[in-house]
Design a protein around this ligand. Structure first.
Ligand code: D41
Length: 690
C-alpha cells in the first residue's frame, strides 16, 4: 500500500479546496482497491487479502462517503447493499431477443446436431466447437453503456423481461464498471445468475434458524433472491454470475469466435467460467460431456448439462435460427435429478438397528436416469418440518447413486384433502412397540433382532456386505427366504447352511448353491476389523472397527474391555463406548460371537498397540489412481493386514505412495515431497519380502 496517498498533493490539477482533493483521492483509491479484491475473490477465485482487511477498508469508505455524499459514485462497492423496495418490476424489452437452447439427451442427438451443422456450413471436415457448462440458474442480460452497468433484466419470454437492476448491482462478481479504458458504447452481456452450493447450504441454515422457509435447491434459492422486490434482501443472498453470450454491441469489434468473446469478457472483469474448451467434431463434444460428468459432483455449483456452440461467429451467422433457438448451439443435458410426482402413501421401513424410516410411496417417475417408486423421507421430524402430506405433489431427487429422497412438496398443487404422516406405535414387521427416546431424532422398533425379522434381515445383510465379511451371492432375496422360512436366525447359522437347504430355495440353481458355500468358506478367513464391523454394533462403523482392532489387537482383549478402556481408543467417545458395552453385555451377542468362532471364522491376531513387529508396522501408504489387478479395498486390506496404515492424502509422514493409472495430484505432491513412489508390482514385492 502507499501510505503517502492520503496526503499527497496534486500539483498539476489542484482543486480549489485542497482538503476535498484528499478525500476524493482516498475514496477513489479505496474504491479501486476494494473492487480489485472483489474481482480477485469472486471472479478469479483467488482471494488477495483477508476478509477483515477488506471490511476495514470498506468501513473507511462508508465513513468517507457519509461525511462527503458527493463522493458516492454508482460504481462504489458501497452501492451494492440494495435500495428501497420496488412496488413491482418494470418490464424491459430486450434490444436483441434472448434466444432459447435446443436440448439433446443422448449421443445420437448430439451426432445429429453436428451433422446438421456440417451440412449447414457445407463443411468438408470437422467443425470447431466451443464447449462450456450449462449452469442451473437464471438467464439475465446486463447492459453496459460506456463501460458502466446501467440495466439488468431477466430473460422473461425472451422478448421482454423484468428490470432487476438494483438486485444485480448487489452481485459481487458483477463489475459495476468494465475494466477497460476504452469501453464499447453499448455492451449487453448475457449469462446465468446462480448460487453456489456452499452459499445455498449457509442460506438454508440461516432460514431455518430464523424460522423461515428453506429453499429446495440452489436454483430456487437463486430465483427467489433475484426476484426480490427488496434488493436489500438480495444483497444478503450471495448470488453469483457467469457470462456466456452477447446481445447488443456498439462501438467495439465483435471477436471472431465464441471462445474469443469469453476471453475478451474475462479481460473486461466479467466472470467467465474456466471449465470450457475448444474441441473438434462430435467426438470432441462427447469427450467434453464425459469429462464434465466425472467432475460434476465436485463443482461448487449445480449444472444440468453442457452447452456446445459453433466457435466461429461468422459460421454462427451462416447457420442462423429456427424459430427461437439458434442452429449453432445445443444443450446436452444430464438426466434430470429432480422430478415432480404424487405422494401416494408413507410406509415405514425397519433398519438393522431397528431405526424406523418413513418411506414415500410414489406414482412412478423417471428421475436421474431410472424410474423411482420409493424415496426416503429420512425421519419423522423431517416429514413434519417439511410439512409433507399424503396426496401432495412432491419434488423427488436422485443424485448419482444416492438413495432417492423427497425434497419438498409443491404448495401450489396441494389438494384440498391431504393426510398427515403419523408414526405407528408398533413395528409393522414384529408388532413390538416403537419407541423414541426424547433426545433422539430416530424412532426404533424395540424388538431387537431376536424378535424382529426385519432387524434380523438387516443385520444379516450387513454381515455379508462387501466391507464386512464380504460373502458374495447373498442378496436381499436370498436373505429374505432364509429368514422367512426359518432356516437361519443368526449370522452363525449362515455357516451351518448345507448344500441341500440352499439348492431347494427359489431361484437357486445347484451351481449357485455351490458358489454360495464356497463364498462362505472363503469368508471365514478375515481380519479382526472386518469381523468387529460385521457384528453391526450401533455407532461402530468401518473406521471405528479398524481403530478397535488396532488398539486391542485381539478379540478377547476387546471382549474384556471396560468403558474406561474403550474411551482410550482414538476417536471413541462416551456414546460409542456405551454402545459397545451394551452390545457386549448382551448374552445373546456373546453367544453369537462364540458360535462364529466355533464355525471356524478366524483372523490373524496381533497383540494390539504393543504388538510384535509386523512388516508394515508404522508405515503409512497412500493409494492413488487405478491399480492393474487389485481394487483399492484389496490393496488397503493387504497393507493393513501387514500392519501398515492407509491415509487419504500425501504428507511428509507418508512412507510410500502406490500409484496406478491416471494418478493425479497425490502423485504430484509425492514427487514434490520426495516420497518413495511404487506401483502395484512394487507393493506386492514389499508384501512378500518385508
Ligand atoms: O449455462 C447456461 N445455462 C447457458 C445458457 C449457456 N452456457 N449458454 C447459453 N447460450 C445461449 C445462446 C447460445 C442462445 C446465447 C444459454 C442460453 N442461451 C440460454 N439460457 C436460457 C435460455 C437460453
Amino acid at each position: 500500500m502507499e501510505p503517502d496517498l492520503f496526503s499527497r498533493p496534486d500539483k498539476s490539477e489542484a482543486p480549489p479546496n485542497p482538503e476535498a482533493s484528499h478525500w476524493q483521492e482516498r475514496a477513489a483509491w479505496l474504491k479501486a482497491e476494494l473492487n480489485r479484491h472483489s474481482h480477485a475473490y469472486y471472479v478469479l477465485d483467488s482471494p488477495t487479502i483477508p476478509d477483515a482487511e477488506y471490511d476495514k477498508m470498506f468501513r473507511e469508505l462508508v465513513a468517507l462517503e457519509q461525511a462527503h455524499p458527493d463522493l458516492i459514485t454508482s460504481d462504489s462497492p458501497t452501492q451494492r447493499v440494495g435500495g428501497k423496495p420496488l412496488p413491482q418490476f418494470e418490464a424491459v424489452r430486450h434490444a436483441v431477443p434472448m434466444l432459447s437452447l435446443n436440448n439433446a439427451f443422448d449421443d445420437e442427438e448430439v451426432a445429429g446436431f453436428d451433422r446438421r451443422v456440417r451440412e449447414g456450413l457445407q463443411a468438408a471436415g470437422e467443425v470447431e466447437y466451443s464447449t462450456e457448462l450449462k449452469f442451473d440458474g437464471l438467464a439475465i442480460s446486463v447492459r453496459y453503456e460506456d463501460g458502466v452497468l446501467v440495466q439488468a433484466a431477466t430473460r422473461g419470454d425472451g422478448m421482454t423481461g423484468e428490470n432487476v437492476t438494483p438486485n444485480i448491482r448487489t452481485v459481487r462478481a458483477m463489475p459495476l464498471r468494465l475494466h477497460t479504458k476504452h469501453p464499447p458504447k453499448v455492451l449487453e452481456v448475457r449469462g446465468e445468475v446462480l448460487m453456489f452450493k456452499s452459499d445455498f447450504a449457509r442460506l438454508n441454515d440461516r432460514q431455518r434458524e430464523g424460522g423461515q422457509k428453506e429453499f429446495a435447491n440452489p436454483r430456487n434459492a437463486a430465483a427467489g433472491s433475484l426476484r426480490q422486490l427488496d434488493s436489500r434482501i438480495t444483497a444478503q443472498r450471495a448470488l453469483r454470475f457467469f457470462a456466456y453470450g452477447i446481445g447488443a454491441l456498439e462501438g467495439a469489434e465483435m471477436p471472431a469466435s465464441h471462445s474469443g468473446l469469453l476471453d475478451w469478457y474475462a479481460t473486461l472483469g466479467l466472470p467467465v467460467c474456466s471449465e470450457r474448451a475448444v474441441v473438434m467434431g462430435a467426438t470432441g463434444l462427447l469427450e467434453f460431456f464425459t469429462s464434465i460428468g466425472v467432475k460434476r459432483k465436485a463443482l461448487p455449483y449445480d449444472i444440468d448439462g453442457v452447452v456446445y456452440k459453433v466457435n466461429g461467429i461468422e459460421q454462427q451467422r451462416t447457420l442462423g435460427f429456427v424459430s427461437r433457438a439458434p442452429r449453432f448451439a445445443l444443450a446436452h443435458k444430464f438426466p434430470a435429478e429432480e422430478a415432480m410426482t404424487v405422494l401416494q402413501g408413507i410406509d415405514v421401513q425397519v433398519g438393522r438397528t431397528g431405526a424406523i424410516t418413513p418411506v414415500a410411496r410414489l406414482a412412478p417417475v423417471f428421475v436421474g436416469g431410472v424410474t423411482v417408486t420409493n424415496a426416503t423421507l429420512h425421519n419423522e421430524d423431517e416429514v413434519h418440518r417439511k410439512d409433507i402430506r399424503i396426496g401432495d405433489t412432491v419434488i423427488v431427487r436422485r443424485a448419482g447413486d444416492v438413495i432417492p429422497e423427497v425434497v419438498s412438496y409443491v404448495p401450489e398443487l396441494r389438494p384440498a384433502h391431504t393426510l398427515a404422516f403419523v408414526m405407528p406405535s408398533a413395528c409393522p414387521v414384529c408388532d413390538s412397540p416403537i419407541v423414541r427416546p426424547e433426545d433422539e431424532a430416530i424412532a426404533r422398533c424395540s424388538g431387537g433382532w431376536v424378535k424382529c425379522p426385519a432387524q434380523r434381515k438387516g443385520g444379516l445383510l450387513h454381515f455379508v456386505s462387501r466391507r464386512a465379511m464380504d460373502i458374495e451371492g447373498f442378496g436381499e432375496q436370498l436373505i429374505d427366504q432364509l429368514v422367512d422360512k426359518h432356516i437361519i436366525t443368526t449370522a452363525a447359522d449362515l455357516y451351518k447352511l448345507g448344500f441341500r437347504a440352499l439348492a431347494e430355495l427359489d431361484r437357486m440353481a445347484e451351481k449357485s448353491a455351490q458358489n454360495v458355500l464356497n463364498a462362505l468358506e472363503k469368508s471365514k478367513s478375515t481380519t479382526l476389523a472386518r469381523f468387529i464391523y460385521a457384528l453391526g454394533i450401533r455407532h461402530v462403523g468401518e473406521a471405528t472397527a479398524k481403530e478397535l482392532a488396532r488398539h486391542f489387537g485381539n478379540l478377547d482383549a476387546l471382549l474384556a474391555a471396560s468403558e474406561e478402556q474403550l474411551l482410550e481408543v482414538a476417536d471413541i467417545g462416551p456414546v460409542v463406548a456405551r454402545s459397545i458395552i451394551a452390545f457386549l453385555s448382551d448374552p445373546m451377542n456373546r453367544e453369537l460371537i462364540e458360535q462364529l468362532r466355533a464355525t471356524g471364522v478366524h483372523w490373524s491376531e496381533g497383540t494390539g498397540s504393543v504388538s510384535e513387529a509386523k512388516p508394515f508396522q508404522g508405515k503409512t501408504f497412500v493409494l492413488t489412481g487405478t491399480l492393474p489387478t487389485l481394487t483399492r479395498d484389496e490393496a488397503a486390506a493387504r497393507i493393513e493386514a501387514a500392519g501398515g496404515k492407509v491415509a487419504g492424502s500425501v504428507s511428509k509422514k507418508t512412507n510410500y505412495v502406490v500409484a496406478g493409472e491416471e494418478a493425479g495430484s497425490k502423485l504430484a505432491k509425492a514427487q514434490e515431497l520426495g516420497i518413495t513412489i511404487i506401483d502395484e508390482a512394487g507393493l506386492l514385492q514389499l508384501l512378500e519380502h518385508e
